[in-house]
Design a protein around this ligand. Structure first.
Ligand code: AMP
Length: 120
């Protein structure tokens, strides 16, 4: 699947639409999800143009991958998620329920999150 430069996270990265920014460096942008599924719901996205986890893990450079996951850990700390625990999710493709075709991880925290997979 080709990268769509008009996806909503590409627009956020360009500054065309706003976000509630938590953290930014050369590799990533982290911001609050607009429709939170937990008391703390953060999205971390790479600055590079990757459609999904599959695309990112196979095509991103070692620096981008390291930069992304180090920053994600830092963000989880910054929002207080690491003290009581959290869930890290990346929806990938159609069966994974991915809505925005720019790779991202969700960091969910702030309450007991229940079973890993909701009933269909
Ligand atoms: P996914 O289903 O994994 O692709 O998740 C996409 C996430 O992006 C959803 O949790 C949405 O609530 C979130 N989202 C969509 N538009 C925005 C936006 N403008 N700002 C912040 N989060 C957004």
């Amino acid at each position: 699947m080709a990268y769509d430069r008009n996806n909503i996270f590409a627009k956020i990265l360009r500054g065309d639409i706003p976000c509630k920014k938590i953290f930014e460096n050369e590799f990533v942008l982290a911001f609050y999800d607009i429709n939170p599924q937990a008391p703390t719901h953060v999205l971390v996205i790479p600055k590079g143009e990757y459609v999904s986890f599959d695309d990112f893990s196979s095509k991103a450079s070692n620096d981008e991958i390291t930069g992304f996951f180090r920053a994600a850990g830092q963000v989880a700390n910054q929002v207080g998620a690491t003290e009581q625990g959290f869930r890290l999710i990346s929806n990938c493709g159609s069966n994974g329920g991915q809505e925005v075709p720019h790779f991202h991880i969700h960091i969910l925290a702030g309450r007991k999150l229940g079973k890993m997979i909701a009933a269909a």
